[in-house]
Design a protein around this ligand. Structure first.
Ligand code: GUN
Ligand code: ZN
Length: 442
């Protein structure tokens, strides 16, 4: 899918972050241009500036003029499961019931290469349709599922992190591995795929309820031996899960301490959900440099709980909270749906999430969580040209709302609450256009 890339220019409104809006406030964090332009060459962003200056400095470069559409960094989904595509929107009595009734039967089919290949292709196409250009992805227990996923990502030259799910306890339907096979297979996959092209590996124990202490220890050792890979797992998603983990690991004071004690904490660790945490756990996560992936559509759909961003940041102001779809417990690939659900979750705790904060979580924070913020998550010179172009009037109702918006942040807010994949006018990956919404598809 790589195309020959000479220098070209994207013109439109532009949005970049010059700071973290949680730290410096929205006004100072956002770099917005009403008539801006981005220069792209060889898969990288060369310059972002006012359109008049860019056009003067780049005479003869082809220009894609997006008018009043908004050009910004592609979205980053910090926690999702590609094999769970087919069970999205499946009803259950909550996490354990959902895993047993829907998830494990579905994932058990991924020893079949054809199933894995078909799902990987469909998943990545859905990402592009929704402007998601990078994700941290759970595969299944089968090495094959990881191979198929990275092959599909490589064909698209897209930057994805992924890992074999490791689970040797409480597993059924042929989904169990062992401490040793989890270590051996994950290691072989790291050696084959981590850093190959744009691919990144994530060591992936499913969660503390499906990994024995021996398996957690083996994966902790593997991470020490390969410190540049990521580590992803689930943490404190439901109250029942927390109680079961403490029953299964009676010598620990907290759920997070279980991971910590096996060397599964620190920078490059991404903990999905992290809803039911004590302030001590929140501080320990922040101090270690690990990140939380907040999965609000999943949490609401499953009835797992309502993540308290404010309390989390109050306990640990430095904590990094990224946003994630958690497909298929999460019900949408769309980061608009995810940001809207994050706004709603914040409202349940009486907090107003600013649109700049939501967009920062859906881009820069994900890149930081994945330790890719020197390359991804922002519109800036030197960054990879993973870019999304948003139609800010993607249906007549949004157009009416935007026409009476108070200011640019209000325009953004309307998108977060009302937009869906029809707002994604174009998606660029390493400078190549991978999705373009035509008149017919709107
Ligand atoms: N906890 C353990 N496995 C899973 C999973 O696949 N999805 C979610 N949402 N939570 C989990
Ligand atoms: Zn998950």
């Amino acid at each position: 899918m790589k195309q020959d890339q000479g220098r070209f220019v994207l013109r439109g409104q532009t949005l970049a972050f010059s700071g973290n809006p949680f730290e410096v406030g929205a006004e100072d964090a956002v770099d917005y241009r009403q008539d801006g332009a981005v220069v792209v060459e060889g898969g990288r962003i060369i310059a972002v500036d006012a359109a008049t200056d860019i056009l003067k400095q780049n005479p003869g470069a082809p220009v894609a003029n997006y008018g009043d559409a908004l050009i910004m960094a592609g979205f980053i989904d910090a926690h999702t499961h590609y094999p769970q595509l087919d069970i999205i929107g499946s009803s259950s009595q909550g996490l354990v019931d959902w895993l047993q009734k829907h998830t494990f039967p579905c994932e058990s089919q991924f020893d079949d290469q054809a199933v894995a290949e078909n799902s990987a292709d469909f998943f990545l196409d859905q990402c592009f349709l929704n402007g998601v250009t990078t994700a941290s992805v759970y595969c299944t227990v089968h090495s094959q599922s990881v191979e198929s996923f990275f092959e599909a990502a490589t064909r698209r030259n897209v930057c994805m992190a992924a890992g074999k799910v490791c689970m040797d306890t409480n597993s059924s339907l042929g989904l169990a591995d062992t401490a040793q096979t989890a270590y051996d297979q994950s290691k072989a996959l790291i050696e084959r795929w981590h850093g190959e092209g744009r691919n990144r590996y994530a060591i992936t124990p499913r969660f503390a309820l499906t990994s024995s202490p021996a398996q957690l220890a083996a994966l902790g050792s593997l991470w020490r031996e390969h410190p540049t890979v990521l580590m992803q797992t689930h943490l404190s998603e439901t109250k029942d899960e927390v109680a079961r983990v403490l029953e299964q690991h009676p010598t620990y004071d907290s759920y997070y301490q279980v991971y910590q004690s096996f060397g599964l904490a620190g920078e490059g660790a991404i903990f999905g959900h992290a809803i039911h945490l004590s302030d001590d756990e929140r501080r320990a996560i922040a101090e270690s440099g690990a990140a939380i992936a907040h999965c609000p559509t999943s949490n609401a759909f499953m009835g797992s709980g309502i993540f308290d961003l404010d309390a989390t940041r109050h306990a640990a102001p430095e904590i990094l909270v990224s946003l994630a779809s958690d497909v298929g417990a999460g019900v949408s690939f769309s980061m608009f749906a995810t940001m809207r659900a994050a706004y709603e979750a914040a409202r349940f705790h009486s907090v107003v999430l600013h649109p700049a904060e939501a967009l920062w979580m859906a881009t820069c924070a994900g890149a930081k969580a994945m330790r890719l913020d020197d390359r991804l998550g922002n519109l800036a010179p030197g960054m990879d040209a993973d870019i999304v172009v948003l139609n800010l009037k993607s249906n007549p109702l949004i157009a009416r709302r935007v026409a009476r918006a108070e200011d640019f942040f209000d325009v953004l807010f309307a998108q977060i609450i009302m937009a869906d994949e029809r707002a994604i006018k174009a998606t660029y990956v390493a400078g190549n256009i991978v999705h373009q919404r035509t008149q017919a598809s709107t």
